[in-house]
Design a protein around this ligand. Sequence first.
Ligand code: FAD
Length: 439
Amino acid sequence: MSAQSLHSWGHYPPFPQTAHACHWRAELAGTRDALVHRYGSTLAFGNGRSYGDSCLAASDQVLHLRALDRFLHADWSRGVLTAEAGVTLDEILALAIPRGWFLSVTPGTQFVTLGGAIANDVHGKNHHVRGTFGCHVRRLSLLRSQEGRQLCSPDEQADLFAATIGGLGLTGIIEWAEIQLTPIASSQIDCLVERFDTLADFFTLSAELDQQHEFCVAWIDCAATGARSGRGVYLAGDFAPDGGLKVATKAALSVPLTSPLSLINGLSLRVFNEYYWRKHPPTRQHQRSDYMPFFYPLDGVHHWNRIYGPKGFQQYQCLIPDAQAQPAMQALLDAIAASGRGSFLAVLKRCGAVASPGWLSFPAPGTTLALDFPQSRALVETLFPRLNAIVREAGGRLYPAKDAQMIGEDFRRSYPAWQHLEAWRDPALGSRFWTRVTT
Ligand SMILES: Cc1cc2nc3c(=O)[nH]c(=O)nc-3n(C[C@H](O)[C@H](O)[C@H](O)COP(=O)(O)OP(=O)(O)OC[C@H]3O[C@@H](n4cnc5c(N)ncnc54)[C@H](O)[C@@H]3O)c2cc1C
């Protein structure tokens, strides 16, 4: 056992986790049982790319599974891959791209583990076409403290499968999973970029482009006020038909140390957003891009979360159902701009109707907005309660993978299946998030 200290990506809430590393599947049950015996419960920890407290154990003692990083089987004729849960998406891509395969669904960072991607049932720019990551999980092996090893799939132990996809790591330890990849002819992306002036224009573009392109997302200027409010840049793309199958080189940049103060403030935010808006052409443009800057723009700088300083930051990601999406998004943007807080890269995306196999999966038909805020008292006491009220009134919900502040009542209202998950929860496992929102 090692004793490394781990944090969530936002470094908030500040509860350092003592890491108990497992290198072999055969060690999992014994290490888990020893932790339960000593501390009452534990939780699997992947690569700590969750922002808030869903990856923090209630006991602050985590089973660190990043070292379970072996590939177990691959059928390259069908694009079916089986790997241990600690394998990261970039490791999968390094193997799959040269053979003409890509992840069917990928989040905005490739540094998440297979186990973490399943436990949060992550989504990406193609949600409107392919649904969530869990839609492409064929089978998985789950280690439970009372029943032992369970094989689950949509047809085998179907309830346990549905509880585990998006199950926040609470139903057992995922040992390995078999996933379906998607064929590609090239690792490059043909994309189009178009600026829009208002939220209404965003919805018009989305209605047009989402039907034609697999990957769609928008950046929105959350610092803009008045007539500029709701302006942004729409990005749509598809894998190119040619251009080679090349794995991206590793990031060369890194933020070496946590800055003593947050480098994000009202001024830097307005300057960046204005620059980013002007950098894009006013009319529709077609470009070709490598997959890396298209899917993973933030992965180009390692440890970028350090720019937020020692207090850390929180991401706010909500989903608003279609019927209320436009007025609620406008109300959210107005409240954020008025507060002078917000982020460089606020992301807006319409999710589609492909049903997720997970009971507690976040995506649903509607529009999602995600943005980062430096941690402060005013954020927690003033802005977030205001945003939460708008989301509540619009019948929306927040994403547990990003959350550190949602109140229990909102969680239980917006995820009514939480009691099914609680019924399937492994008593050996518990998270700070789950304790916060269910008790
Ligand atoms: C820059 C950035 C961009 C992102 N973009 C997106 C996005 O576009 N879409 C999206 O959906 N998410 C996005 N995320 C969030 C991220 O994809 C998820 O939080 C993901 O679950 C993190 O995986 P991880 O391996 O780091 O797991 P961790 O954060 O360490 O853990 C996440 C959860 O998985 C559980 N877990 C981990 N391993 C196992 C296992 N073996 N068995 C059982 N449970 C396990 C943990 O208990 C925890 O509940 C982004 C995060 C970052 C930092």
